[in-house]
Design a protein around this ligand. Structure first.
Ligand SMILES: NC(=O)c1ccc[n+]([C@@H]2O[C@H](COP(=O)([O-])OP(=O)(O)OC[C@H]3O[C@@H](n4cnc5c(N)ncnc54)[C@H](O)[C@@H]3O)[C@@H](O)[C@H]2O)c1
Ligand SMILES: [Zn+2]
Ligand SMILES: [Zn+2]
Length: 388
């Protein structure tokens, strides 16, 4: 089959690789009909999350069941499903409490309690390096889906791929961000990052009753997209008065909730890059710092942007002085997918309006380049293995 294979930093090509096969009795094989590129894929592409051998990437995908293992209970050949990005057993201590991304049984080599850079990681994820289980991903014609009794959600025929594809990750991720932020009616929510995840968090914030949603990004085309699709207020992160403007919009207090939908690859100037090298740090935590400034006292910071290294000068003093609440982590797709699906089905939310590019899988290399460099006003790329 054909698949998008990561070779080394900045090098992804579409190669012929062996077809996946059933390895465990609760696996399925899926024929992928649609798959997307995520900001999280860029962390591998850019070398911020290391991967030393070739791997098929892709954790956002859906398709049609081609083959089922003998212990698969609810699925049969021909079912159309969307698959959560994290792989979870559903039975362990963490899964039982709704922390599926910390599943104890899906990352045998590298799982552990530490959460360090290179050891003791969480549960398995599709196409997300050996540190997270070494599973091949879904930017491919076919993919093996382990633990198929837990993740995949059947999609009725009346909904097309693009309407539901983002249930695999980014809408439940935006939803998790807003739930972790405990957004309630009347809140002002400032959301850093107006990429796909930020756009989804904006939608989720409105649904949860926010009175005002402020989007922050350095890219004007993404801010304009946010305004047009989600009717948010917009601020450019390069604006020197950014934080003051947020205070001015919130009676001088700061936002009730700040969401980080950027992570460690936030834009940096030359000095910041040099400083990171000198301190042995990967990327930057500047958006997290901005969140601590932008949020009001006794406010909440919710972080879905990915961080993979430690940083000096963490603003712990400000977090203490302001009395902040913070929550971080991989999103809870298994917990929220049904609720999120129902919002799509009933028309309460529209997810496919963020798609800017549709390409055949064979153009994965160009697609990564465009999404990474943010050219052609790219926001979200969907790749279709069946398209030529
Ligand atoms: N926690 C999870 O489960 C989960 C799931 C999906 C994605 N993610 C993470 O969410 C983040 C965003 O993903 P995405 O797909 O939207 O990626 P993206 O790269 O398209 O979006 C990031 C956006 O942040 C903007 N940005 C850069 N510097 C900024 C700054 N200083 N202030 C404000 N905005 C800034 C960029 O211009 C871009 O629009 C990534 O870190 C990704 O790994 C996490
Ligand atoms: Zn993703
Ligand atoms: Zn588990």
């Amino acid at each position: 089959m054909k698949a998008a294979v990561f070779h080394k930093i900045g090098d992804i090509s579409v190669d012929n690789v062996p077809d996946p096969t059933i390895e465990q009795s609760d696996d399925i094989i899926l024929r992928v009909t649609s798959t997307a590129i995520c900001g999280s894929d860029l962390h591998i592409y850019d070398g911020f999350v290391p991967q030393l051998r070739d791997e098929v990437l892709g954790h956002e995908f859906m398709g049609v069941v081609e083959e089922v293992g003998k212990d698969v209970r609810h699925l049969k050949k021909g079912d159309r499903v969307v698959v959560p990005f994290s792989i979870a057993c559903g039975q362990c201590f963490f899964c039982q409490q709704g922390y599926h991304a910390n599943c104890q049984h899906t990352n045998p080599e590298h799982y552990g309690p530490e959460g360090d850079m290179l050891k003791g990681k969480g549960g398995g994820m599709f196409g997300y390096t050996d540190l997270y289980g070494g599973y091949n991903g879904g930017q491919a014609e076919y993919v093996r889906v382990p633990k198929a009794n837990q993740g995949p959600k059947i999609i009725p025929d009346g909904l097309d791929d693009e309407q539901v594809l983002f249930l695999t990750d980014i809408f439940p991720t935006g939803w998790s961000a807003v739930k972790w932020g405990r957004v309630k009616p009347g809140d002002t929510v400032v959301i850093f990052g107006s990429g796909p995840v930020g756009l989804m968090a904006q939608k989720a914030a409105w649904i949860n009753g926010a009175e005002r949603v402020i989007a922050v990004d350095p890219l004007d085309y993404r801010l304009q997209k946010a305004k047009a699709l989600n009717n948010v207020d917009i601020l450019n992160s390069e604006d020197e008065d950014l934080i003051q403007k947020i205070y001015d919009m919130t009676n001088g207090r700061g936002a009730d909730v700040a969401i980080d939908a950027v992570g460690m690859e936030a834009n940096r100037n030359f000095g910041e890059k040099v400083s990171a090298v000198l301190h042995g740090q990967k990327g930057t935590m500047k958006v997290l710092e901005l969140c601590t400034e932008a949020v009001r006292r006794s406010g909440i910071i919710s972080v879905v942007g990915v961080y993979a290294s430690p940083y000096d000068n963490f603003p712990i003093h400000r977090i203490f002085d302001k009395g902040l609440i913070m929550q971080f982590g991989q999103a809870q797709i298994h917990v929220y997918i049904d609720e999120c699906f129902e919002m799509v089905r009933s028309g309460k939310v529209k997810l496919d309006d963020i798609i800017t590019h549709r390409l055949p899988l064979t153009q994965a290399s160009q697609a990564y380049d465009m999404f990474k460099k943010k050219t052609d006003d790219c926001v979200k790329v969907v790749m279709k293995p069946g398209m030529s």
